[in-house]
Design a protein around this ligand. Structure first.
Ligand code: BG6
Length: 495
């Protein structure tokens, strides 16, 4: 069984990038939720660091603003924010770590934190390794408590850079203390995949190549690149979404059952699944991957007209692919993936399509396949498409029916926001919902092959800007499934 944290936790959080968007939008509200539930109480403190010359008062005000939209009284907001301290900091300056160490030690004494520290790196990845080095060499790591480092994505931009980064971090922090964030792993419905697969024998028994026809994973977004074009131009959809969120989802869907539901056992199986990803050569990439870029349409500008985007940009804002996990259970099952910006609607879902009954005794109309859908967001829930009897008495006909489950409003209001669950797990030292280094390595190995094939082939203007805003991506993404006699189950563009 997994441990359950039931009481107040003692910890000092040092947030590098404490003035940033992520900290304000996600981390402070998540910490506040943990505070409201009593997991953080008297014995915690947060040090925010960044370059801006703020003071504690200013920082605490920012923290209060970031939780102002939540259910919070003025007294709670004041008490909570009084645990926050600000330290202006240049991550390259050794002396600054000395100041930080003194403040950390002082707060450790004041709040009786027993040396427990969480170093949260919410900044540009170029600083990850420098920060880890200084934190260790300048004595911010304690002897008496735990020292955990939480790292935001992206973890490298290919196998080589990720390996270098990892080796550099490992000089200062062992793998067991490194928590690589993938916020998809904190989502309720992604976490529900093992529950459904491994606690129901009807799915456990059928979850293999004999009964699953194909799996479809869609991470569709309606928004464009917004103000992040600077980053996105160098990343593209493949690095931004496939390497991490999509492949982590693939691992959850294709891994074998862990011996027990513990972080170590789960990670072991996820690593095996990702190691079994079929890595394509150039020809394989051509046959199995589609890239796209949004052109103008439906009142929106095309990607190349966005600020900070090159007018001849070759960055993909859409990816679709057919991938395979070559292991005993899933061999030969096509896993279709797609993600893109400026698509018809925001929706994240997984549709597991089962093979048909071996023979249709009901006559002419072909039976529809059973489909199990995990609706990850925006309205979390599950759906199962079955065949049943149509209600009439003159003919015996089969019709499709949908069993739907969504958590009621009350349960939904209790669902942790992604970061709350992840911070909770960091505090209890549970790394199940974080990516192990080997998972990252095998994901990059797969993605690099696609990237390299694409980089060698420059596309003409006509081949790119190949889908309009508001559509579900380029036509070729539909053809990919058609080649196998399949089609996307989720087709909001046809409604
Ligand atoms: C992030 C990507 O990791 O995930 C963004 O960098 C993307 O480009 C986001 O918009 C999607 O996350 P969610 O939770 O809104 O589906």
């Amino acid at each position: 069984m997994r441990k359950k944290m039931t009481s107040e936790q003692k910890a000092l959080f040092i947030i590098f990038g404490g003035t940033g968007d992520l900290a304000q939008r996600k981390l402070y509200p998540s910490l506040f939720n943990l505070y409201k539930q009593g997991y953080l109480k008297e014995h915690f403190a947060v040090v925010g660091t960044a370059r801006r010359p703020w003071n504690d008062e200013r920082y605490q005000e920012i923290v209060r603003n970031s939780i102002s939209g939540m259910e919070v009284t003025a007294k709670q907001a004041n008490e909570f924010s009084s645990h926050f301290y600000y330290q202006a900091h240049n991550v390259n300056d050794t002396d600054h770590y000395e100041t930080l160490r003194k403040l950390a030690d002082e707060l450790d004494g004041k709040y009786e934190l027993e040396g427990n520290r969480v170093f949260y790196l919410a900044m540009s990845p170029q600083f990850f390794s420098t920060i880890c080095q200084h934190v260790k060499t300048q004595g911010l790591v304690t002897e008496n408590g735990y020292n955990r480092v939480v790292i935001e994505k992206p973890f490298g931009h290919d196998v080589k850079s990720a390996t270098e980064l990892n080796e550099s971090i490992n000089q200062y922090f062992p793998e067991k203390d490194v928590y690589r964030i993938d916020h998809y792993l904190g989502k309720e419905m992604i976490q529900s995949i093992p529950a459904l697969r491994f606690s129901n024998n009807i799915f456990n028994a059928l979850w293999n190549y004999r009964y699953i026809d194909n799996i479809q994973i869609t991470l569709s977004e309606a928004l464009g690149v917004e103000e992040r074009a600077g980053y996105y131009e160098n990343a593209g959809a493949l690095r931004d979404m496939v390497q991490n969120h999509i492949l982590q989802t693939v691992a959850m869907l294709t891994m074998n059952a862990p011996t027990m539901y513990t972080d170590q056992d789960i990670r072991k199986e996820k690593i095996s699944a990702l190691k079994a990803l079929r890595v394509y050569d150039k020809n394989g990439v051509k046959q199995n991957f589609v890239r796209g870029q949004y052109g103008p349409g439906n009142g929106q500008v095309g990607y190349r007209e966005e600020n900070q985007v090159a007018p001849d940009s070759q960055t993909e804002t859409f990816v679709a692919g057919r991938i395979f996990v070559d292991n005993m259970n899933m061999a030969g099952v096509p896993i279709y993936i797609r993600t893109g910006k400026r698509l018809t609607k925001k929706e994240t879902r997984i549709d597991v399509v089962f093979k048909n009954a071996p023979y249709n005794i009901f006559g002419s109309e072909p039976l529809k396949q059973n489909i199990l859908s995990f609706k990850v967001g925006p309205n979390p829930g599950m759906e199962l498409r079955l065949n049943g009897k149509e209600v009439n008495f003159d003919q015996y006909r089969i019709q499709s029916m949908h069993l739907r489950h969504s958590h009621g409003e009350n349960t939904q209001s209790k669902m942790p926001v992604g970061y709350e669950k992840l911070l909770y797990d960091v505090l209890q030292g549970d790394s199940a919902s974080f990516s192990h280094w080997e998972e990252v390595y095998y994901s990059w190995r797969f993605v690099d092959a696609v990237r390299q094939a694409w980089d060698e082939e420059k596309l003409s203007q006509d081949e790119f800007q190949n889908y309009t805003c508001g559509s579900m991506g380029p036509q070729a993404a539909k053809e990919l499934l058609k080649e196998d006699g399949n089609k996307w189950y989720f087709r909001p563009d046809e409604n």
